[in-house]
Design a protein around this ligand. Structure first.
Ligand SMILES: Nc1ncnc2c1ncn2[C@@H]1O[C@H](COP(=O)(O)OP(=O)(O)OP(=O)(O)O)[C@@H](O)[C@H]1O
Length: 246
C-alpha cells in the first residue's frame, strides 16, 4: 500500500462501491485533489456524485479500492476512527439544510466550535461573523422553524465553514436556493474557502458554469468520463459532444 504524493490532500484509487441492496454506485474511480483546490464533481442524475463524496469523506466504508486523506488510509479505518476524522478534519453540506431545531441560528453555527472545546463567547463571535458573510446576520436569533428554506441553507453553510475544516464536502449546496441566489452563495463559499486555504469537493453545475472552481470532473454510471467537444462540421447540427471513459 503506497501513500499518495505529499501535495494531494485527498486521493482515491480504483474506488468501487455497491449500495447495501446491491445497486451499483461507483465502478473504479481514481482521482487526486490538491491542497487548497476547489474541485467540482458533475454528471447526470444517478451518476454517482453523492456516492463519491460519501466514500471520500468516510461517511460510508470503502471495501474495494483506496481512499487516502494525507497519509491516512481511510479505507482501513474502523467506524470510530473514521467518525473522529470526519468530525475533526472534514466539513459536510447537504443539499437540504439539517439544523438542530431547538437551537437558534447562531447557536447552530457555533455548535461545531463548542464541540471542539471553544468557549461560548468566542464561538458566538465566530458564528455571527459567518452568518453576516452569508447575509443572514439579522436572523441570528431565529430558530430554524422561523427561517425560510434558503435562509436555513445559508445557516448550514456557515456552520460547515466556521470550524475551518481541512476538506469541505458540499453536495449540491445551493439546491434549495432561488436561482438568483445560487451564484452569490457559491461565490461566498468558494471565496471563503480560498481565503482560509480549505480544500473543497462539491457537486454543482452552477459552480462550473460560474467559473468558480479550479477543476471539474464528470461521472457517468459511476465512472469518470471526459467530454470532448468536436468542431462544427457541415453535416452536423451545432457543436457535438461525446463522452469517453478514462
Ligand atoms: N442508498 C441507496 N441504495 C441503493 N441505491 C442507491 C442508494 N443511493 C444511491 N443509489 C443509486 O446509486 C446510483 C448513484 O446515486 P448517487 O446519489 O450517488 O448519484 P448522483 O449523481 O448524486 O445523483 P443526483 O444528481 O440525483 O443526486 C444511482 O443509481 C442511485 O439510484
Amino acid at each position: 500500500m503506497e501513500a499518495p504524493p505529499d501535495n494531494d490532500v485527498l486521493w482515491a484509487r480504483s474506488l468501487h462501491f455497491r449500495h447495501p441492496d446491491g445497486s451499483p454506485g461507483l465502478a473504479g474511480v481514481s482521482l487526486a485533489v490538491r491542497e487548497g483546490e476547489i474541485l467540482a464533481v458533475t454528471g447526470p442524475r444517478g451518476s454517482g456524485k453523492t456516492t463519491l463524496l460519501r466514500c471520500l469523506s468516510g461517511l460510508v466504508p470503502v471495501r474495494e479500492g483506496e481512499v487516502w486523506f494525507n497519509s491516512t488510509p481511510l479505507h482501513t479505518l474502523g467506524p470510530m476512527r473514521r467518525e473522529r476524522l470526519r468530525r475533526d478534519r472534514f466539513g459536510w453540506i447537504d443539499p437540504a439544510p439539517v439544523l438542530v431545531p431547538e437551537l437558534n441560528a447562531w447557536e447552530n453555527v457555533a455548535l461545531p466550535l463548542m464541540l471542539r472545546g471553544a468557549g461560548r463567547r468566542r464561538a458566538k463571535v465566530a458564528a455571527l461573523e459567518w452568518l453576516e458573510r452569508l447575509d443572514v446576520g439579522d436572523k441570528a436569533r431565529k430558530r430554524p422553524s422561523e427561517l425560510q428554506q434558503a435562509e436555513r441553507q445559508r445557516v448550514s453553510i456557515a456552520r460547515a465553514l466556521v470550524p475551518a475544516p481541512t476538506v469541505l464536502f458540499a453536495d449540491e449546496p445551493t439546491a434549495p436556493l432561488h436561482h438568483s441566489d445560487r451564484t452569490h452563495v457559491l461565490r461566498t463559499l468558494t471565496t471563503a474557502a480560498r481565503s482560509h486555504g480549505l480544500t473543497v469537493v462539491l457537486t454543482s453545475h452552477d459552480a462550473v458554469a460560474g467559473g468558480l472552481v479550479d477543476r471539474s470532473l464528470t461521472l457517468l454510471d459511476g465512472r469518470r468520463v471526459s467530454t470532448l467537444y468536436l468542431p462544427d462540421a457541415p453535416d452536423t447540427e451545432g457543436r457535438a459532444a461525446c463522452s469517453l471513459s478514462v
